[in-house]
Structures are given as C-alpha cells and as structure tokens.
Design a protein. Structure first.
Lengths: 213, 285
C-alpha cells in the first residue's frame, strides 16, 4: 500500500494548532507584503508558485511504509518528516548538526536528518522514533525506550527521540561496552537538562541484558 | 534557516558530474553535505544546482595500491576508520577519523568533501600533509595529481581549478620504520580542532631519518611545519629531541588564528604541547 501525506481531516483535533500556526504565519506574511505585490501575486499565484517551487518526485520507505512524495530539493529530511508527514517525534534542535536531536536511521545508519536533503535518499529506508514500538495502542515499546523510562533517561524529553535513535545505533555498532565508550559514542547527542548519567545507565542495561535492538 | 531555491541532479558517473559542472558554473558538488548544507542554510552559499556525487560507485572505494592506499573521494569518515589496512598502515588516519564530529557525522561526511571545503580547523588536511598524500583531481582538462603540500592554499581555499572535482586521495607506501600519530585539542561542541597536530616519522635504529609535522586549526590553512621537522631529522628518537623540536612549533612568520576559543598566544602554546604529544606517541616513548 502506498502512503502519501496524512489526511488532516481525520485527526483534526491533533492538527488544529499546527494548522492554525501555519495559517497565521501566512497571513502575517501577506499583511507585511506591499499591496501591489499582493495583487500581482494573486493574478499568477498558482503558475508562479509551481514554477518557483520546482518539485522532485521522491520514493522513500519510512518506518516500513512506502511513500511517493513530491518535494523541493532544498527540503531537509527533518523538515519533510515534521512539516509534511507530521512525524513530529524527530526534533529540530540546533538545525546545524551539533545537537543530535534530529537523529534518525537511514538504511540502518544513524544520521542527522537536519543536515541532509530528502531528495538525496531516493529509494532508501528511514526509521524514526515513531517506527520503534510495535503497532497499535497496546504495542510493546522498543527495549531501549523501556530502559530510558526505567532509568529516567530524560527530564524535559526534547532530546530523547534523538538520544534513543542514537543509543540503538551505539548498541548495534557494539560501542556500548563501558560507560566511557557509551559516553564517547553518544557524544553527538546533547542533553541540556543533563540526564547523561541515566542515559548511560539505560544503554548499559540494554547492553547487559543482551536484548536484540 | 531554509536554503534558497536550488535544483538537484544525481550524477551517475564522474564524467556526468563534470559535464553538469561545466554546463552550470554556479553549481556545487554535493556528497555528504555536512559542510555545504549548513553553509546553504546560513545563505553563505546559494548554488543554482546541486550535483550529488554520493552514489557514484567509482568514487566510493578504498583499495591497496603500490603498497599504499587509494581512497575514493566519496568515502565516508566511517568507511576510512573501519578499514583494517588503513588502521594498520596509517595510525594517524584512524586517530584523526575517529575524532571527527560524532558517529552521525562520520556516517555521512566524506573525505573528498572535507578537503575540497578546506575548513582551517578540519582534521584530514593535517594528516594528509604529514603522510605526504596526493590529491587526485579530474576536470575539463582531464585528470591530474596535486601533492597535499600544494593543495591547501589558504582560508577555505584549495588548488582546485574551476570545474574540477577531487576523485581520490592516494597515500604513499609507508617505509618499514614508519610511524604516525594525530593529537588534537578540540572545540567541545563541534569537535573541530582548535589545534590538531599530525606527525609521521621514520626512525631507523633509534635515529629519526625522516619527519613530517603538520598542523590544523593554527593558521588560515593546514600547513607543514618545516622547523619542527628539521629539528627531528638526524637526531636520536629521545625525549630531549622531541622537547626541542616541539618548542620550535608555530614559530617564524606563520599567521596564528585568534578567536573566542583561543588567543594567538594560547594557540601557539597548544601547538607545542600537541606536537610533543603526537611525537611521543609516534616515537613510542
């Protein structure tokens, strides 16, 4: 089954705030634009927009589901996930590759989704934090998610999706054999609340338990 | 921020990338994008076209050649540090590669991109200078080689001509008694080198017969410090030699960088300290 963009009418309550923010931003932008420009823009808006925002067809597998999308080349994978597909679990922190909040897996490798354009990943498989737990409301969480909860590996939680995606990478790469090694190989994920000790404990516990990640 | 509008083409071969580049002078070559995309977001760079070379298989390889190693330009930092031959022959490559950014960055960033971008604080340039690497380049006039010592010409500047791309990096065969090391003092968030020092020495029967010492982060571009090398060659590989040679680092008429991380005086001091650490390791002391 092909998945395209989410149907906003089916989860109206959830999306209302996001849509309101988008609309109000657009209105603000229009109100700040000189009226001559607005008139001209209204006349040719559709064709101009189509010509200006040249799109590329992109096939991606995201969390096991195939997507066929039309995107501008300048759209980062992070913005595609968050703004177009409503997969807002992946967070935008610094947007410059220093904080690790946007970490996802691309073809199994942990990658910064803010520092890569979506079009570069034609045909590749992306896994986000939403793709870890078993499907359904009763679905079991991923062992690393459970360990983070048990060890309180977060405070505000903003960095947590990136931390968890990175922690899975760290475990799969066999770089979680000591607290020092975990700290080094998790160095790309910053936690401003300072939950580092608990994050290290959570990862060490999954390593010790030998669960498949 | 969001970059300016840009077109995108994925090149299937070096020849296709070069023809796209010659037809679009404003185009930029995109491999890992970890230097280019931040620059595009800040609108420091707004190319009309991105030519993606990341999937060109003739650019992503690591193989042995004449006792040395040839590395395709689109090889990621991870590809390099996980290569057993490179780890065995050139310890400085492994040490430097493992200190680039973090795992996420190393999974995507490429060596060709790093050297073509020529950030004055990047790690690879110092290592390639110390190891006497050759940069393999291809352009409208065909393929040619540039010694690393002539490649890094200044602040974000290289000897690449218009329309040329880096295709590979060739590391020469190390001699039997060759040792190398890389040590750096890093900026704690970005992990770029505030001062990085790469050394390669040949010590024959306790005497240093050849030495190359290169710095990154210290000046506008990575450079070979001839004064340190001169103080090592012909001398016994003992702590006194290293002490004297390291103290000669970053002297003379070298422009020393200064920023809010480190003053000129502090950088100069760090250059001597990290030269000493790298030399101690390379000499096995």
């Amino acid at each position: 089954m092909q998945h395209n963009e989410p149907d906003r009418n089916n989860n109206a309550g959830q999306e209302a705030r996001r849509d309101f923010l988008k609309q109000s931003t657009l209105l603000t932008a229009l109100s700040l634009t000189p009226s001559v420009v607005v008139q001209a823009a209204e006349k040719h808006l559709d064709e101009k927009a189509a010509a200006y925002f040249e799109q590329v067809t992109l096939k991606l597998t995201i969390n096991g589901k195939p997507y066929t999308l039309s995107v501008e080349p300048r759209v980062t994978l992070l913005d595609l996930l968050r703004e177009r597909l409503n997969l807002t679990g992946t967070k935008k922190g610094c947007d410059y590759g220093q904080c690790g909040a946007c970490t996802v897996h691309i073809d199994g490798r942990r990658t910064l989704s803010c520092l890569t354009f979506a079009v570069m990943h034609e045909g590749q498989a992306v896994t986000t934090i939403e793709g870890l737990a078993e499907a359904g409301p009763q679905g079991k969480l991923h062992p690393v998610q459970e360990a983070f909860i048990r060890h309180d590996g977060f405070q505000c939680g903003y960095c947590t999706p990136g931390q968890i995606m990175s922690a899975i990478g760290c475990l799969r790469e066999d770089r979680a054999n000591s607290p020092d090694e975990i700290r080094e190989y998790m160095s790309g994920n910053i936690c401003r609340c300072g939950a580092y000790n608990n994050i290290v404990d959570a990862i060490a516990e999954v390593k010790k338990g030998g669960q498949k990640v | 921020m969001i970059p300016q509008k840009v077109d995108y083409k994925r090149a299937g071969s070096v020849a296709e990338a070069l023809s796209l580049l010659s037809a679009n002078p404003d185009a930029k070559i995109l491999a890992g994008g970890h230097s280019l995309i931040p620059a595009m977001k800040l609108r420091l760079n707004s190319p009309s076209l991105l030519i993606d070379i990341a999937r060109i298989s003739e650019l992503r390889f690591i193989h042995e050649q004449d006792g040395g190693v040839k590395i395709g330009a689109a090889s990621t930092h991870h590809d390099i540090v996980s290569n057993a031959t490179i780890r065995e022959l050139y310890p400085a490559m492994a040490e430097a590669g493992e200190l680039i950014g973090d795992t996420q960055v190393r999974n995507v960033g490429t060596i060709g991109g790093s050297i073509a971008h020529a950030d004055p604080s990047a790690d690879w340039p110092a290592v390639l200078l110390a190891l006497g690497a050759t940069i393999n380049v291809e352009g409208p006039a065909g393929a040619h080689d540039i010694p690393a010592s002539e490649f890094f010409t200044g602040f974000f500047s290289t000897a690449l001509e218009e329309g040329e791309i880096v295709t590979a990096i060739t590391l020469p065969a190390p001699s039997a008694a060759h040792q190398s090391a890389y040590k750096k003092f890093m900026q704690p968030a970005s992990r770029f080198a505030i001062v990085g020092c790469a050394v390669a020495i040949v010590a024959d029967g306790g005497t240093i017969t050849d030495a190359k010492v290169a710095f990154t982060g210290v000046s506008d571009a990575a450079f070979l410090d001839e004064a340190v090398a001169a103080a090592l060659i012909g001398q016994p590989a003992i702590p006194e030699t290293i002490e004297a040679a390291a103290n000669a680092a970053a002297e003379g008429d070298i422009h020393i960088n200064e920023d809010h991380f480190a003053s000129q005086a502090y950088r100069k001091h760090l250059a001597k300290v990290y030269a000493k650490r790298a030399l101690v390791e390379a000499c096995g002391l």
